[in-house]
Design a protein around this ligand. Structure first.
Ligand SMILES: CC(C)(COP(=O)(O)OP(=O)(O)OC[C@H]1O[C@@H](n2cnc3c(N)ncnc32)[C@H](O)[C@@H]1OP(=O)(O)O)[C@@H](O)C(=O)NCCC(=O)NCCS
Length: 193
């Protein structure tokens, strides 16, 4: 990676969002978000139970660092105007050799439909290409997850694959869409300035 991301880089701000470290007082928001069966419908995990909250919080309270292959940086997203927790944005550093990263996002239903995932996800692309010097950014979703696919389309990613029944999740075979963008495509679309 061209450089690493640490606590010193946070919060990362967009027009409406501050992407920051998780805090202990995010616990109720984490439970309500990841514990909602509708929200995690197309994610791998089962809804978070109260018994799992302590571990879920501890994982998120570790010092944020994006440095080596395999590192995952999950940031809490809050509204700059009000400080309200709205969800989380995740950056996966997938490969050093191939300079490849991946994005993930989750927005609480009461804040959905206002372009917040689109805004946060675009910032993750910026981070990958401009800060970390990656060559390729990817994202994937369950093919039924219309909202997630739209987010990736809106930020200019290309749909490169529709895998048919490539995973067995929550008791059924599922299709996946894979989206991607290359560094030169990021620059060409005028966002790289
Ligand atoms: C996917 C998700 C992050 C979208 O968040 P959001 O802030 O509502 O997204 P945006 O407001 O930026 O909307 C992006 C697009 O999705 C569309 N959209 C949002 N919710 C939708 C829904 N329930 N059904 C269909 N389309 C939807 C919006 O209309 C918009 O499309 P448009 O450009 O055609 O208007 C949110 O629905 C979520 O957290 N889902 C559960 C977790 C999840 O599945 N994460 C992705 C894992 S791959």
């Amino acid at each position: 990676m061209a450089r690493r991301v640490t606590d010193a880089d946070l919060p990362i701000t967009t027009a409406r969002l501050a992407l920051r470290r998780f805090r202990k007082d995010d616990a109720p928001s984490i439970l309500s978000l990841y514990g909602n069966p509708e929200v995690v419908r197309y994610l791998y995990g089962e809804p978070l139970q109260r018994a799992g909250l302590r571990d879920a919080l501890e994982r998120r309270l570790r010092p944020p660092v994006l440095e080596a292959e395999g590192d995952i940086l999950e940031l809490a997203a809050e509204l700059r105007a009000t400080g309200q927790f709205v969800g989380a944005l995740t950056f996966f550093h997938r490969s050093d050799a191939h300079r490849r990263g991946e994005i993930g996002y989750i927005i609480a239903p009461e804040f959905a439909g206002h372009g917040l995932a689109t805004e946060g996800a675009a910032e993750l692309l910026r981070m990958g290409f401009e800060l970390l010097g990656l060559h390729r950014m990817e994202g994937q979703c369950d093919a039924r997850n219309v909202a997630s696919a739209r987010v990736m389309q809106r930020i200019g990613m290309r749909r490169e694959a529709h895998f048919h029944e490539n995973e067995y999740v929550k008791g059924e075979w599922t299709d996946a869409f894979v989206y991607a963008m290359l560094a030169d495509e990021w620059v060409r679309r005028g966002e790289g300035k």
